[in-house]
Write a protein that binds this ligand. Structure first.
Ligand code: AMP
Length: 251
């Protein structure tokens, strides 16, 4: 499905607002579009999808966050997957489908959505295609690219607030008070799967499982005359956002 004629103007507007540092939401900016942000751990998927979600008032679905929430709440599912998650292993496709389906039922997909961490495997990419076809929504996909060296540096310095979801970096974006969240004052922590010994295996798992997902979605998009668009994710987060907005605007 093609984007409506209104959208390019909305994106242009969003880019202007962003450069003016006025981040007012723009309703309907991503109408009927599922925007997928691919990228290895540490590439900035969370940061970018949060920003776009804020700019366009479009829901963001982050499967990793949904899973961590289950672990935090100590649900039966959370307890079952906790160990594997800390080792960087993926949750099985069936479980992810069920979780996503329940979540999608709550959303009005015609408003558009942002996907962070899904699809992560080839079957998940096929699942996304069938959801998109079923609901008549368009898929746009981007791949955030950064070298392993940069990713390792980012992941090993990452500190997160479990309470409000804010993310800091020990060197590049330290909190004002050591180990305390600037936004809500809670104590910051290191994600279990950001520990030094898990970072490299996680990056390997991404290459093994998610690269085929990107390939699969590329096939889907090629049939619509599109592709998964690469984005240089080694730049500052604001530049990456601007780049994404540019691409979204330029049909
Ligand atoms: P993230 O917050 O996206 O880095 O995800 C954290 C972890 O959650 C991943 O390392 C996986 O173990 C798991 N996870 C998140 N999304 C998926 C998915 N779509 N399929 C399988 N496992 C996932």
């Amino acid at each position: 499905m093609k984007a409506s004629r209104r959208e390019p103007a909305a994106f242009a507007d969003a880019a202007r607002r962003l450069s003016n540092r006025n981040l007012k939401p723009i309703p309907d900016g991503l109408r009927s579009t599922a925007v997928v942000i691919f990228g290895p751990p540490g590439a900035g998927k969370g940061t970018q999808t949060q920003k776009l979600s804020e700019l366009f008032s479009v829901p963001r679905i982050a499967t990793g966050e949904m899973i961590r929430e289950e672990v935090r709440r100590r649900t039966e599912f959370g307890r079952r997957i906790e160990k594997g998650l800390a080792e960087g292993q993926f949750v099985d496709d069936e479980t992810i489908f069920g979780m996503l389906e329940r979540r999608l039922r709550r959303e009005d997909l015609q408003r558009g959505l942002l996907l962070d961490g899904f699809p992560r495997t080839a079957p998940q990419a096929r699942q996304l295609e069938s959801v998109a076809t079923q609901f008549g929504i368009e898929i746009r996909a981007f791949e955030l690219k950064a070298s392993r060296e940069v990713l390792i540096r980012r992941l090993s310095g990452r500190r997160v607030c479990e309470k409000c979801g804010a993310v800091f970096h020990q060197e590049s974006e330290p909190p004002r008070r050591e180990n305390v969240c600037d936004d809500c004052g809670s104590e910051l922590s290191i994600r279990d799967d950001d520990s030094a010994e898990v970072i490299n295996p996680r990056l390997d798992i991404h290459d093994e499982a998610t690269v085929p997902a990107i390939r699969e979605l590329t096939q889907v998009l090629m049939r619509q005359g599109r592709k998964v668009e690469p984005i240089d994710a080694e730049q500052a987060p604001e530049s990456v956002t601007r780049n994404l907005l540019e691409r979204l605007r330029n049909e």
